[in-house]
Design a protein around this ligand. Structure first.
Ligand code: ZN
Length: 125
């Protein structure tokens, strides 16, 4: 793949990275220790009052939190893949399978620049 194509894909990846980070920021916080890790904000509850209305609200918030967890997990995984693809562009290993070092199908990598494995290895995972 020529440099111009790779540069375009790098831009695409950077753009996607920003979009995902924007989405994550809506409901999660970046982990201070691990820059690729995000934590869904757990609802903060007032101590003391236990009116039934309050309990109901708290239950809703916990439910929302539980619904957001898998979304956060998916976005985080995608973000990690994007970051590692950007790294591979920097290291000149972009387009090579992480497992066998073989070339990844060019059509596929143009559509999904975050692809990590060639078809052969992908099928074995
Ligand atoms: Zn492979």
């Amino acid at each position: 793949m020529d440099k111009k194509n790779i540069e375009n894909l790098r831009k695409k990846l950077e753009k996607e990275k920003i979009l995902i980070e924007e989405q994550l920021k809506n409901f999660a916080q970046k982990d201070k220790k691990n820059k690729d890790d995000w934590d869904t904000k757990y609802p903060e509850f007032n101590e003391g009052g236990f009116s039934s209305q309050q309990l109901e609200e708290e239950a809703d918030e916990v439910e929302e939190y539980l619904n957001l967890l898998p979304i956060e997990h998916n976005l985080e995984l995608k973000l990690k893949k994007i970051n590692s693809a950007i790294e591979r562009i920097k290291n000149n290993t972009f387009g090579k399978c992480l497992k066998c070092g073989g070339k990844i199908n060019e059509k596929k990598i143009k559509l999904y620049p975050e692809t990590e494995y060639c078809n052969k290895c992908q099928n074995k995972i």
